[in-house]
Design a protein. Structure first.
Length: 187
């Protein structure tokens, strides 16, 4: 009995990182849908994940935006450790295995709806979700994220998920394309 209590105490004393908290990811995705979505809706998991990639990897976004504005001129990635929350290489580029859990959490809280339209999923804010996302957007702790999301929307908001996936593979072949499946993406 004594060893069980000691284990319980040790587990409780392990600090949680923001990356381990569902609400951290839920808040970011609510803001992503509010700011980058069309009327609070994003068409496709691929598009959501790629826009989220740029929100989580600010240096990758800056390089991609520069490359797009220079109409495809070669831009190289600088070494950086700026990553808001890591993603892994998946079949269609950057992905977070927690998406299904976080989206289910948001849907259960009646903050989003998820519906299938042909082969794609539409993720949309509910009226309550819009209200909560707008409240989050007003918080000083989310100001830099909201600013970055506005820039992402301006640069890539009208692009398709496939376009964004191809852009990421083209610009970041070493960092993403050549990375082994399931391995964390680093700059």
């Amino acid at each position: 009995m004594k060893s069980i209590n000691r284990l319980a105490t040790q587990a409780a004393s392990v600090p949680l990182a923001a990356d381990d908290i569902v609400e951290f990811h839920a808040a970011r995705l609510l803001l992503l849908m509010l700011v980058c979505g069309t009327a609070g809706r994003i068409d496709g998991l691929t598009k959501m994940a790629k826009l989220d990639f740029f929100s989580r990897y600010p240096d990758f976004f800056l390089v991609a935006r520069a490359a797009e504005s220079e109409q495809g001129n070669s831009v190289t990635m600088q070494e950086s450790n700026v990553v808001e929350s890591s993603m892994v290489r998946h079949h269609y580029g950057p992905w977070d295995k927690r998406y299904y859990h976080v989206l289910a959490h948001l849907e259960a809280k009646q903050l989003i709806t998820v519906s299938k339209e042909k082969k794609s999923y539409q993720i949309a804010l509910t009226p309550l979700g819009k209200e909560r996302a707008k409240a989050l957007a007003e918080l000083p702790s989310f100001a830099s994220l909201v600013d970055r999301l506005k820039q992402i929307r301006e640069s890539f908001g009208k692009k398709t998920g496939t376009y964004l996936k191809d852009l990421i593979y083209r610009l970041f072949d070493r960092e993403v394309g050549q990375r082994e499946m399931g391995k964390v993406i680093r700059s």
